[in-house]
Design a protein around this ligand. Structure first.
Ligand SMILES: [Cu+2]
Length: 240
C-alpha cells in the first residue's frame, strides 16, 4: 500500500494518468493485467454486463457502465459523476461475497461512514484494480498515481484487461461488484479528517471509503451494441 503515500488529493495530477483515463480514443489493446492466460479459452462465450453505480456514504456519486467479457479478457467502460474533483479515486472489481452493495446499515462501527472493510461482507474483496495503466492485481488496490483523478466531478474510464478466472466467473454469475472509492463528507474539497483509513492508517478514512457501488448484471444473448450506445459508451465491439 506504499504507493498511496501521497496524502492523496493535494498532489498534482499526473498528466499521464489523465491522458490514459480521459483521452485515450478507442479501446486500449493492452493485456498487461495479471492473470492466467492459459485458461482464457475456458470461457463460455461472450458475456456483456451492465452496471449502475449508486452512491454510498451520501456521497452524491453515481454512474453507469458496461463490461464485455471474452474468455478472461474484459473490456470495461463506465462513467462516474458527482465525485470529489482533483482527488484520486481508487476503483476495483470486488468479488467473493454476496455480489451486492451495502446500505448505510453496514456501518457497524457507528461512525457514520461505511468504510471499505464494513462493505466486505456484501461486495467481497478486491479481485481487480481498475487502474489506468500497468498492473491490475489486488496489489495495486491503492496505487493512487494510477487511478482516475478528475479535474472536475466526473470521469470516464475505459480499458481492456485480462482478469483472473475467479473474477471472470464472478462476472458471469452476477457476483462481481464495481466500487469507486474516495469521499468528502465534510466538504473540505480534499481527503482529510482525523479518522484513519481502515485499509492504510497513514491515509484519511475519506480517501478509501466507498463513494459509489454497483453490481455487474450479466445480460443474456451476449453483447448488444445498443446496450453500450444507449449508455453513451461505445465499446467499439461488434462492428462488422
Ligand atoms: Cu474497492
Amino acid at each position: 500500500m506504499s504507493t498511496f503515500k501521497t496524502k492523496a488529493a493535494r498532489v498534482a495530477v499526473p498528466a499521464v494518468a489523465l491522458g490514459l483515463a480521459f483521452v485515450t480514443p478507442g479501446i486500449a489493446s493492452a493485456h498487461e493485467g495479471h492473470g492466467d492466460h492459459g485458461n482464457s479459452d475456458k470461457g463460455k462465450g461472450v458475456v456483456a454486463a451492465s452496471v449502475q453505480l449508486r452512491q454510498l456514504n451520501h456521497s452524491g456519486a453515481r454512474g453507469h457502465g458496461v463490461l464485455v467479457l471474452r474468455g478472461n479478457q474484459a473490456t470495461i467502460a463506465f462513467t462516474a459523476r458527482g465525485v470529489l474533483a482533483k482527488a484520486p479515486h481508487a476503483q476495483h472489481i470486488h468479488i467473493g461475497a454476496q455480489g451486492r452493495c451495502p446500505s448505510q446499515k453496514a456501518d457497524t462501527s457507528g461512525d457514520g461512514i461505511v468504510n471499505t472493510t464494513e462493505g466486505h461482507p456484501f461486495y467481497g474483496h478486491i479481485g481487480t484494480s481498475l487502474t489506468t495503466s500497468g498492473d491490475t492485481s489486488p496489489a495495486s488496490g491503492l496505487a493512487v498515481d494510477r487511478f482516475p483523478t478528475p479535474k472536475n466531478t466526473s470521469y470516464t474510464y475505459k480499458r481492456t484487461i485480462t482478469v483472473t478466472s475467479d473474477v471472470a466467473a464472478s462476472i458471469r454469475t452476477g457476483k462481481a461488484v464495481l466500487v469507486v472509492h474516495g469521499i468528502d463528507p465534510n466538504h473540505s474539497g480534499k481527503y482529510d479528517g482525523a479518522a484513519p483509513s481502515d485499509l492504510d492508517p497513514s491515509l484519511p478514512l475519506e480517501a478509501t471509503s466507498p463513494a459509489a457501488c454497483g453490481t455487474f448484471r450479466p445480460h443474456q444473448g451476449g453483447y448488444d451494441r445498443n446496450l453500450g450506445l444507449s449508455l453513451g459508451l461505445d465499446l467499439g465491439l461488434n462492428r462488422r
